[in-house]
Design a protein around this ligand. Sequence first.
Ligand code: ADP
Ligand code: MG
Length: 700
Amino acid sequence: MTTNLNTSITYLKGVGPSRADLLKTELGIQTYSDLLNFFPFRYIDRTQFVKINQLQQNSAEIQIIGKITSLKTVKQKRGSRLVATFMDETGTMELIWFRGAKWIKDAIKLNIPYVIFGKTNYFNRSFSMPHPEMELVSEYKKSLRTAMQPVYPSTEKLTNKGVSSRIITKIMQSLFQEVGLNFKETLSDEIIKTNQLISKSEALFNIHFPKTQELLTQAQKRLKFEELFFIQLQLIRKKMIRKAKIKGFNFEKVGTYFNNFYHHNLPFELTNAQKRVLKEIRKDIGSNAQMNRLLQGDVGSGKTIVALLVMLIALDNKYQAALMAPTEILATQHYNAIVELLNGMNVSVKLLTGSTKTKDRKVIHQNLESGDLQILIGTHALIEDKVKFKNLGVAIIDEQHRFGVAQRSKLWKKNELPPHILVMTATPIPRTLAMSVYGDLDISVIDELPPGRKEVKTAHRYDANRLSVFKFLKEEIAKGRQVYIVYPLINESEVMDYKDLMDGYESISRDFPKPMYQISIVHGKMKSEDKEFEMQRFIKGETQIMVATTVIEVGVNIPNASVMVIESAERFGLSQLHQLRGRVGRGAEQSYCILMTSFKLSNEAKIRLNTMVETSDGFKIAEVDLKLRGPGNLMGTQQSGVLNLRIADIVKDAHLLKLARFTAINLLENDPSLSNPENRFINIAYHEISKNSTLWANIS
Ligand code: ADP
Ligand code: MG
């Protein structure tokens, strides 16, 4: 039997027009299929019954069989409450309703056995149960009720209108009674077998009416797997289609630019991770498809040199290259570093930012169009329509999460075919999350720091020990080092934060008096020339201390700065702390990070601080962050439709995610168009899902 699952739920027993309306507006449930895919978020064990004389204070949810012997309405300050006397063979208690008294009063039958379910309160030496779930014993026995009772997500409005979890269960029962237990399979026999899954029909039934814990676990596994599998299938298919359809420039050869640089200018040996990543990139750009690759590498892992080498390969193939950074400071730093690295080589490089003078800008525009300019480094200024390349072959974006989709897509249009795109990020994203959020990009990871890097020593200190911290700073400054002192500046309480910053600055000025000590200050309210001026003083070593808000967070590289003090460290997120710490440890000296806090700390803050003290591995830190905050809040993953999951959880179900991805890749390698007869169910389900999916729009 096959009922059309697109049938409106108004046709179900127990769903009138007003309930249908509520379910639609509150839960988005309109069709049989919507309802079927509305899953419980937990289950309650209802095998046990309790007698009234066994009730205990602070009990969990319990169920009792008994009868209501009388009902009364009790006036109270605002409105009234409905009170029922409920009794079994061992004693009596009260059932209480503060809302919905009217329809409950009409619905309740006196002196007939009910099963009631809920939490009890203990007051004045007697027990009561507010807003119990109730069902006639006769109904209870008839229902599809199972040991594990499902609890469905609800909303305040639904609760107020009496549409409880039990009502949803009832509607679900009507649904199953109407459509039977035979649902269309969506996976192939092969996949079901190798992954030891139960069938779709069994899974759907047991997710709503689990007979045993074991079957429930099986049902959850099957449905989670399926959900993750179809997302991966879409992501991987999208990538395959892009590779097949979007032609890219073929950088056939590695020529003199690359080789000269590699053999004469490269100041160090590449790490194995850098070599591996370079190989991965070369494979992309040497094919006929466009590269779309994400390069993840912790702060200081050496992404810039990889970017430069890729740009030189573009030059070897007579193409131009562009490198875009989110801030002027960063773009300038990249420019300076690259000019220095290319010293003695005949490569033309220019910097283009918002503050490039009109006169210079004109020359840059001309030389880009004529092809005389080979490498352009800059900020957003680089994607303006006026900026036209003769033949852009590769575009590299640093700190990609700071750019919007629209900005990135502008780069695609800078040549007739889209240039190869490499996006770089120092925000490590746990692998499982990257698979979901960037599943359609190729991903490379630099998971190794250059040799000889000393790990930054990290300590947590309380504000009360400030004097000893200051003493330590003075010792380091005496050795010729420089120090950052960072204050949080968080939008909501900007005025307060700003005051904290200024107070802090004053007290530091007192403890580090001129002329012995010089202090720079940089914060978001300053004009950009002033910021730049202060930054430069610090970079040149004219000042020893930089008091700043988090504006210095992004990519700044000052090797002589070896101490990072973070004030009110408990107010920073883990990824921010990690980014800040990455500002030191860039030179040869031992570096330090000191996390200052008051004694009052939340548990989560303690976990964050401990994590920072214990590890400097960005990926480990990102894992903890993911566990603490959930996937939706991590930097670089916001607004990703991929994370709106019905049943799977990217953190808890990481192993299933891997399994699903592996299965999807395997399947598409063998049957890219899903046209094998044995994959016909997958094909049908895939097309149905992609039709309704927002995934395509949300990922770029
Ligand atoms: P990030 O990945 O944070 O952008 P950078 O590219 O700025 O890191 O590199 C950080 C520092 O490490 C730079 O000073 C760079 O010259 C240096 N570096 C990069 N790769 C190596 C290497 N293989 N060996 C030694 N030093 C390296
Ligand atoms: Mg960098």
